[in-house]
Write a protein that binds this ligand. Sequence first.
Ligand SMILES: [Zn+2]
Length: 88
Amino acid sequence: MAKGILCPKCSSDKSMVVDSRGTADNSIRRRRLCGACGGRFTSYEIVVGEGVEMAAQELKTQADTVEKEMSKLLEHIRRSVRSILPNQ
Ligand SMILES: [Zn+2]
């Protein structure tokens, strides 16, 4: 279970993946079912790895730092995508 994916309805992290598929741009789309409130939502996970290492080298910093900033960015993206999607 990936950490950091919270239910948009009740903020529980006890969600189960009910369906997942890769997309053309190297991200993974997952349908999730919340174990706490039964709500369904979709998450997008971007496959990182090499990109993080390269960015860290380029910026002369740690991969951790890059990952931290990246998760902030992803959270921001999640929030704005949620705000434009109809409730599911
Ligand atoms: Zn929930």
